[in-house]
Every structure is written in C-alpha cells, then in structure tokens.
Design a protein around this ligand. Structure first.
Ligand SMILES: Cc1cc2nc3c(=O)[nH]c(=O)nc-3n(C[C@H](O)[C@H](O)[C@H](O)COP(=O)(O)OP(=O)(O)OC[C@H]3O[C@@H](n4cnc5c(N)ncnc54)[C@H](O)[C@@H]3O)c2cc1C
Length: 466
C-alpha cells in the first residue's frame, strides 16, 4: 500500500510561532480544561498519504508523533510537548460494501452524528459511543463502550481490518491474517497504539426496527435500596437491554415538589419483538421500592435521536470536565455501601455518575484483543464545570469518591481515564507485556510516545494494591 508521498511543502503544517498555531492545537479539543503542554507543530492531514509524509517528516526532525481524531479524549492525549500533532480531522470518508455488510470509515468520523445516519439509510447499525460527537478513532482503539456494549460487546470486536501508518511512515493493512500484532493492539491499547489508523473497516449489524425504554426516577434517599436491588436483579435482565443506573440532577416537573439529585434506573431494549422487549424490560419493575419512584416510564417507544439528545444534554460542549472510572467487584453490601455517596452527594448540578452493567461480557475469552481487564460493573464519575474555580472545588469530591471505591476496584477503562490524575491498571499483565513487545518491535525509536502519566507514576498498576 505504498504511494507517492507529498513533500513537506505540500503539507498543511502549522508550526509554533505561527498565528494559527494555538487554534490548530486546541480548537478541536472537546474538554475546555486544557493542558499547558504544547507540540512543536500541527499537521492537518488531508489523506493517508499526508499522514505517512507527516510521520517521515517527524522522523527527520526528531519529533515524536501524537494523533487526534475526534478530539474527545478527556485528558487531551493528543497534545504532548515537542511532538508533531497529526490532526486527522479531515479523514471523514465513509463507504459501505453492501455484499459484506462492512463499512469503511475515516478515524474522525463521529459514531453518532456521521456514521449512524449513513448506516440508517442502508438499514444497518454500528454501536458507536453514546455521545454522538465522539470520534471513532480514539473510541475504537480503547475498545469502545458503545450502545448495548452489555449485549453486543466492545465496539472494537466488530473491527474487521484497519489501515495503519507505521512508525516508518509506511501505510499497511492489518487484520486477522496480516500484521496481526497491530490488529491485536488496535483493539484496546488506546494511546499506547504504535501507529496511526487512517481507516477502520467495520462489521455492521441489521438495524433494529424499534427501541423500547423503561425508566424509573427514584429520590436519592432510596439510593441504597435501589442499588442493592440492582446489584442482583441485573443478572436476570436479557442482554438485549442496555442497563444503567445514573446519579444526576435533571430538570423535574415542579409539581413533584422534589429538588436536587435523583437515582435513575434506565433500560433500553434493542429487541424488535415487542413481547420479548416487554418481558425483558419488566425486570426493571421488580425493585422493592418501585411504587416510591418519582417518575416512571414503562416500555415506551424511543429512538436513537431521542437517546442522543439526552446524551448531548448531559455532556454539554464548552465545559471543563474532570472524569474518572473504575471496574468494580465485590459483594453486594460492600460495593453498594461504597457507591451510595457517589449517587447521593453529587458536588454540583451538572455532575453525574453512572453504573453500567456489563452483563456476561467479561466472562468470554478475549484472546484476540488487547482489551483484557473488565468486570461486570462499570462505574464512572463526570464533573462538568464552567470555571477553573469550580474545578478546584470539585476535584476533592472526585478524588475522595474514587479513593472510597479503591477497595472494590479492579482497574479502569482507558476511555474515561486520566493517568496524570490517578493511574490505574487497564490491562492484564500478559496483555500489557505483549503490548510492550509489539511497541518495541514496531516502534523501536519511540516515535509514538505511549501513555501520559504523572511524573514518577507507574503504568498499568493499581497503586493502592501493589
Ligand atoms: C462527551 C464524551 C462522551 C463519551 N462517551 C463515550 C462512550 O459512550 N463510550 C466510550 O467508550 N467512550 C466514550 N467517551 C470517551 C472517548 O471514547 C475517548 O475519549 C476517545 O479517546 C475519544 O476518541 P476521539 O478520537 O474523539 O479522541 P482524540 O482525543 O482525537 O483521540 C484520543 C487519543 O486516541 C488515540 N488515537 C485517536 N485516533 C487515533 C488514530 N486514528 N490512530 C492512532 N491513535 C489514535 C491518540 O492517542 C489520541 O490522542 C466519551 C468522551 C466524551 C468527551
């Protein structure tokens, strides 16, 4: 897959000192809480050939190379000191091979805003990120906790091939029969991936005809009862249902006479059969305090547009985010008692917490992928601030919340992590060792800088355990 490479003169390169530099570095970054780090230059790539030329240019100039697809990394991993930042924002082509049901998409394609409407016209679906603007590049490389991850597994498990620019600036295809080391690493290593993906080839699934949703909104005073019930009841819910409990402060009808945060139990069923959907969602009606719910919506029709509107409302643009997460494990009493404060004492009106049930997904073998650490319970906390002063006030809350969960934490998902704040394990020891071997073989000069850590912190370690 080699082709004539553009010379540096033909590249859209913005170097430090250029009036357009700051904009090129930060304008496509979602999180307004931004680092002081600065690259040496930004290459706005227009094609895979530009990407390859950029890597070669960086090799000549002794720069490391970082990558941006959708710009949604909470920790702004794309911005590192003295590197060449290759911005893939223009790589948004999408095509579809009808015979194979395989979509090919550029890394800056947004899973919900771009890919889903394209596939909907063809009666197909791909489980991209919940928030529609997340880029598929970073999302898939981390594994991708997409819609109904509980039933359909990691989105990266539906990647059938990738096109990759290597550390030498060569464009190659990686799949289950060629460059298999890169194919393995591309599904779970996230910012540790030693290459730049210029296109993803994705297996799509038949589009559902209808979605149904059950939602119970409980007063926060019932958090302990609700979470205790959820910890066991979830096992009975079929894997056609995406299942989540959220601590949030939504707008509530004034006639309810209830203010502040609530605990929401929500199930979205992807089963087309209305009777099967009703039976699956009926499990959510079994909570012992169900008749004390403030609001109830039982097995009502919904659609992706409505679900996405809610995601955009919860994750507004132009805000400063502090995010953390943990995979939890342990007995009901200990897990729930440690979780209750995270659902009842939210620090601000915009902050929210969630507890995803991952169903039976963690039980299956994950031999072919770098993703290797997961439990059946995923917790994440999202602080959504407007000012730096609010960051200072809320940081202690998220630190204390996550510290309180450490005795029942197994590790984390890269997608909601920031190792400069709190390092954690994200891979099994075996997978991590394999990734280091692949990185050493594929990128011996360290062109791709790997994970961003605080000074002195150790990678892939739970400091509170070891
Ligand atoms: C509002 C919001 C909602 C989210 N919802 C979800 C969700 O539902 N499920 C979920 O799993 N995650 C979710 N995330 C997390 C998200 O998946 C990760 O932050 C992911 O990294 C974003 O991908 P991106 O391409 O937009 O980010 P970028 O910031 O562009 O990329 C992040 C890093 O990934 C690597 N990378 C990206 N593209 C490439 C490439 N083409 N080649 C090589 N390396 C690359 C680079 O190290 C890059 O710095 C959410 C994030 C936000 C901000």
């Amino acid at each position: 897959m080699t082709s004539a490479l553009p010379s540096p003169a033909h590249l859209d390169l913005v170097e430090a000192g250029d009036p357009a530099f700051d904009d090129a570095v930060m304008s496509r970054v979602f999180n307004l809480r931004r680092p002081a780090r600065r690259p040496a230059a930004v290459l706005r790539a227009r094609s895979a050939e530009d990407v390859a030329a950029g890597v070669r240019l960086a090799n000549e100039r002794g720069w490391q190379v970082t990558v941006r697809s959708g710009g949604h990394s909470w920790a702004v991993w794309s911005v590192r000191d003295n590197a060449l930042l290759i911005d893939l924002g223009a790589l948004t082509d999408i095509s579809f091979d009808e015979a194979r049901g395989v979509a090919t998409a550029g890394p800056a394609v947004r899973g919900g805003s771009d890919l889903d409407p394209f596939l909907a016209e063809r009666g197909r679906f791909f489980n991209g990120g919940h928030c529609p603007t997340v880029g598929i590049g970073g999302f898939l490389l981390q594994g991708g906790m997409g819609w109904n991850c509980r039933g359909w597994n990691w989105a990266a498990e539906s990647v059938v091939a990738i096109d990759v620019v290597t550390a030498d600036g060569e464009l190659v295809r990686a799949d289950s029969s060629q460059n298999t080391d890169l194919f393995w690493a591309a599904r779970g290593s996230g910012p540790g991936f030693p290459g730049i993906v210029t296109a993803f080839h994705l297996e799509t699934r038949r589009r559902f005809e209808q979605l149904r949703q059950t939602t119970y909104v409980y007063p926060r005073e019932l958090a302990s009862e609700v979470l205790t019930w959820f910890h066991t009841a979830r096992h009975r819910v079929p894997d056609s249902v995406e299942l989540v409990v959220v601590g949030i402060t939504p707008p509530l009808p004034p006639e309810l006479g209830y203010e502040g945060s609530v605990v929401v139990v929500d199930g979205v069923c992807f089963d087309d059969d209305p009777d099967a959907a009703a039976a699956a969602l009926a499990h959510l009606d079994t909570c012992p305090v169900v008749d004390r719910a403030l609001l109830t919506r039982r097995c009502e029709p919904t659609d992706m547009a409505a679900l996405r509107t809610e995601q955009i409302r919860s994750n507004p643009e132009e805000h400063r985010y502090i995010v953390d997460n943990a995979y939890l494990t342990g007995d009901t009493e200990e897990v729930v008692s440690r979780l209750v404060p995270a659902f009842t004492d939210l620090p601000t009106e915009k902050a929210f917490t969630l507890w995803f049930d991952m169903g039976r997904a963690p039980e299956r073998p994950l031999d072919g992928l770098a993703i290797s650490l997961q439990t059946d319970l995923y917790f994440a906390a999202y602080i959504v601030n407007e000012t730096e002063a609010e960051d200072d006030l809320t940081r202690d809350w998220i630190n204390a919340t996550m510290r309180n969960l450490e005795p029942v934490s197994a590790g984390c998902y890269l997608g909601d992590s920031d190792f400069t704040r709190r390092p954690q394990r994200f891979m099994s020891d075996e997978a991590f060792a394999r990734l280091q071997e692949i990185r050493a073989a594929r990128d011996p000069r360290g062109v791709f800088p790997s994970y961003l850590l605080a000074d002195g912190a150790e990678l892939n370690r739970n400091p509170w355990v070891e």
